[in-house]
Design a protein around this ligand. Structure first.
Ligand code: GTP
Length: 593
């Protein structure tokens, strides 16, 4: 135990966590240098440059004549995965806090830091990307000193690009991070901080042993799920899985025990022995619940079963995805999927497209609403279309978040306007340094899932970082806004909105849909309604569109090609009554100016 160090890296997105982690792995010869990044292995992760799934890796390092085992536990960098971050942090005794020398402290730097401080982790502050011309290490150090109350000498200047500071970081991990403590004689308690799905081996759960000893072949129980398994294989995580006979208190490792789906393994659960169980689970276990919902519909109705099996496959390795069949008058049969957040939703959409080649239409995302009826009963509704009659509703509650935005003082005005327009309530403002400020708001999550990030980015010219966590459910005056095309209500276009915004939103939805729905051979009336009351209207005038008009005369093959092309273009269209509606119209509400 004395020579083990368990640590993680916390950083705001793009501050260089993966790059610096690679340098550590290279320096300790855990991997051979190849130039690329090693920790992110899904294609998608590489493209996005975001570590989606946390991983762990063991390095060996000799320091002052002694050998040490350094377990680096990688944490996902996005708010959607903050529960996973919290469990990874709980498995560590120390954290490298990386701050980009060109950008300074950002929203996630702070939120992750607070999590690490809550778990009593030793923090090693690092100013990264010091090689860049625009680096301002002094200023960023000042910010870190203000934030942590540390000495300037404790901050390490580094560069994942040139390798500056890498050796110093490894020494600091050994010198400053305490070794794990625990009781080897006590009943086994191992904290599951992550799991991955492997097609051949089933689910591989990653854990840290808090107390006791685990041997290969032991009969084990997962405390919170109550499921029992045999530890078929245990081991440590090098670049590959490296089997061991025994793992002891303080060790970080993996277990393979014939588990077939990710749903069975809950991050935050405790592994213990069946014959000598621990008396209680490691604290902090939570079931992650989806926060954001959207309908996912096959464009071609006959793909419904394929879509189901694709979602089932995705769920094998992503237990946080949920889905339930639903039907829409407009879109036919599909699924209401639940996601941890917006990024998670995008990832699933992309994976459906790339890995399963599914052509789908997704509806506008929404949150889950709690509907209290007049008898005092409560139902959670995940789809505005599924809302009961207004007369049956006593009140509606919606989830609120605590949001933190860090920005340059010059953007405070527009950001305040944006947040207040999204029904935000200002909580407080903290100055981080001379011209940078953290603004905290309470806001309805339902307003964030609709175009908030994009707006924040554009008004701050990219110089605002945003982070949030769930706060509470609160009563809100929400109404269902329906959209009618030629008199037919299109359920997939219904949204829930605050009563004060409903008229404005109805008007803007009609205007936007007028832009997005192509002109057809007859007039199309677009109306917005609350209940039976029409509150806005636009008309798309008829046009007679003849794509072949451009082909003068005889060239038949050219003509055929054009018609083929037009047919393909239609694929992303849905026929609603007699109106053809393109996919982007279903997301119109996200694009309102
Ligand atoms: N010049 C310079 N660029 C760097 C350095 N470290 C990282 N980068 C670049 O910064 C970008 C982000 O680096 P990553 O290592 O992917 O950042 P990350 O923090 O892991 O990103 P997320 O996983 O998205 O949170 C990449 O384009 C890197 O090439 C550095 O020390 N110097």
């Amino acid at each position: 135990m004395k020579n083990i160090r368990n640590f993680c890296i916390i950083a705001h997105i793009d501050h260089g966590k993966s790059t610096l982690a690679d340098r550590l792995l290279e320096f300790t010869k855990t991997v051979q240098v190849t130039g690329g990044q090693m920790l992110d292995n899904m294609d998608l992760e590489k493209e996005r440059g975001i570590t989606i799934k946390s991983h762990a890796i063991q390095m060996e390092h000799e320091y002052k004549g002694e050998k040490y085992v350094l377990n680096l536990i990688d944490t996902p960098g996005h708010v959607d995965f903050s529960y996973e971050v919290s469990r990874s942090i709980a498995a560590c005794e120390g954290a490298l806090l990386i701050v980009d020398a060109t950008q300074g402290v950002q929203a996630q730097t702070i939120s992750n830091l607070y999590m690490a401080i809550d778990h009593d982790l030793e923090i090693i502050p690092i100013v990264n990307k010091c090689d860049m011309d625009s680096a301002m290490p002094e200023e960023v150090e000042d910010e870190i000193i203000d934030l942590l109350g540390c000495e300037r000498s404790e901050i390490i200047r580094a560069s994942g690009k040139t390798g500056l500071g890498v050796e110093e970081i490894l020494s600091a991990v050994i010198e400053r991070v305490p070794h794990p403590v625990g009781d080897e004689e006590a009943p086994l308690q191992a904290l599951i901080f992550d799991s991955v799905y492997n097609t051949f081996r089933g689910v591989i759960a990653y854990f840290k042993i808090v107390n006791g000893v685990l041997r290969s072949g032991d009969e084990v129980k997962f405390f919170n799920t109550g499921k029992e398994y045999e530890a078929d294989e245990i081991g440590v995580l090098k670049m590959d899985l490296s089997p061991r006979k025994e793992l002891r208190t303080g060790d970080v490792g993996y277990i393979i025990s014939g588990i077939k789906t990710s749903k069975e393994v809950k991050v935050g659960d405790t592994i213990t022995h069946i014959d000598r169980p621990c008396s209680k689970a490691i604290s902090g276990f939570e079931e992650v619940k989806p926060m954001v919902f959207a309908g996912v519909y096959p464009i071609d109705a006959s793909d419904f079963e394929d879509l189901r099996s694709s979602l089932e496959k995705l769920q094998l390795n992503d237990a946080s995805l949920t889905f339930q069949p639903e039907s829409s008058l407009a879109l036919g049969f599909g699924f209401r999927c639940g996601f941890l957040g917006l990024l998670h939703m995008e990832i699933i959409q992309e994976r459906l497209d790339r890995e399963f080649d599914m052509d789908v239409i997704t509806t506008v995302p929404n949150v889950s609403y709690r509907i209290y009826d007049k008898q005092g009963g409560m139902t959670e509704v995940h789809n505005p279309g599924g809302m009961p009659e207004p007369t049956l509703i006593e009140r509606i509650e919606e989830p609120f978040i605590s949001a933190s935005i860090i920005t340059d003082t010059s953007f405070i005005g527009p950001i305040m306007t944006l947040c207040l327009g999204k029904r935000g309530e200002l909580e407080k403002q903290n100055y981080i340094s001379g011209n940078r400020v953290e603004i905290q708001f309470k806001m309805p999550l339902g307003e964030i899932v609709i175009d908030f990030y994009d707006k924040l980015k554009s008004i701050s010219k990219g110089y605002a970082s945003f982070d949030y966590h769930q706060d509470s459910y609160r009563p809100s005056k929400l109404v269902k806004l329906d959209i009618l095309l030629n008199g037919e209500s299109v359920d997939a276009l219904s949204t829930l909105t605050h009563v004060d915004n409903a008229y404005d939103m109805g008007r803007r939805m009609c205007e936007k849909l007028k832009e997005l729905i192509p002109r057809q051979q007859f007039d199309i009336a677009i109306q917005a309604a609350i209940g039976a009351k029409i509150i806005a209207r636009e008309t798309i005038k008829a046009v007679r569109k003849d794509v072949t008009a451009k082909c003068y005369g005889g060239d038949i093959s050219r003509k055929r090609k054009l018609l083929e092309k037009q047919k393909k273009g239609k694929k992303r269209m849905k026929q609603i009554g007699n109106v053809e509606v393109p996919q982007k119209a279903f997301l119109a509400v996200l694009k309102l100016d």
